[in-house]
Design a protein around this ligand. Structure first.
Ligand code: PEP
Length: 252
């Protein structure tokens, strides 16, 4: 049975003290009142990882970085390697977020290299894909997703693919307040699962967690998560408010 997962992507928000406070609050609420059939992941900024790792109850909450370098190590000033991330106690890493595709010019081949670095360091990659508004309006969204999946993840071995999480994040829904409808999300999630089925077979596709991301909040999470191929969410803005994040987790 595939896992239900809710992951909070804090992006470039919260200084270290604020981040520690937020993590403490989430940790407290998780232990008070949260379904334990949902895996929870927090993705704070890099510099928070070590401190937050000391605070969280690791039986309930996993830690992710928001990115990693595509290189192993060396003269890449300002970069953070997958090995460094793993050494903080983080277990997951987000790769291919649309904000990095857009602002850092990350493309599918670079993202594939990042996934390899993550796998080498036993980090579970959370691979983001999703179309822009113009691509959807042109009716091109299925092709865009297929290309991202083929170039980004289809060369990964079956053994390693089993540890991958996919996040479908339509770019037009991220941070806009405009979420995909549950039907739109289900349509693409089902399409992604079929692509995985074609490449890796039914056992792996049935067991792959596919998250939805894009203005997911307490008021819409329940109907999104009710769809058969939506296995949880990658949450941006709403993960910065502890109670909202908890309410989203409890929407299963
Ligand atoms: C995200 O950045 O991954 C995201 C889904 O953001 P938001 O929830 O704010 O749309």
């Amino acid at each position: 049975m595939r896992k239900n997962i809710v992951a909070g992507n804090w992006k470039m928000n919260k200084n270290l003290n604020e981040g520690i406070e937020l993590a403490k609050e989430v940790n407290k609420l998780v232990n008070q009142n949260v379904h334990n059939n949902v895996e929870i992941i927090l993705a704070p900024p890099f510099i928070h990882l070590t401190e937050i790792n000391k605070i969280i109850d690791k039986k309930r909450i996993n830690l992710a970085a928001q990115n990693c370098s595509r290189y192993k190590n060396g003269a890449y000033t300002g970069e953070i390697s997958a090995e460094m991330i793993a050494s903080t106690g983080a277990t997951h890493v987000i790769v291919g977020h649309s904000e990095r595709r857009e602002y850092q010019r990350e493309d599918n081949p670079k993202i594939y290299q990042k996934i390899l670095r993550a796998i080498e360091n036993n980090l579970c990659p959370i691979f983001c894909c999703g179309e822009k508004l113009a691509e959807r309006e042109a009716g091109n969204h299925f092709n865009v997703i297929e290309e991202q999946m083929i170039e980004g993840v289809s060369n990964i071995s079956s053994e390693n693919f089993k540890n991958l999480i996919i996040a479908y994040e339509p770019v037009w829904a991220i941070g806009t307040g405009l979420n995909a409808t549950p039907e739109q999300a289900q349509e693409i999630h089902n399409y992604i699962r079929n692509l995985i089925n074609d490449r890796y077979g039914e056992d792996i596709s049935d067991n792959t967690t596919i998250l939805y991301g894009g203005s997911c909040k307490p008021s819409n999470a329940r109907e999104l998560f009710a769809k058969p191929d939506v296995d949880g969410g990658l949450i941006g803005g709403a993960s910065l408010i502890a109670q909202d994040f908890i309410d989203i987790i409890n929407s299963f």
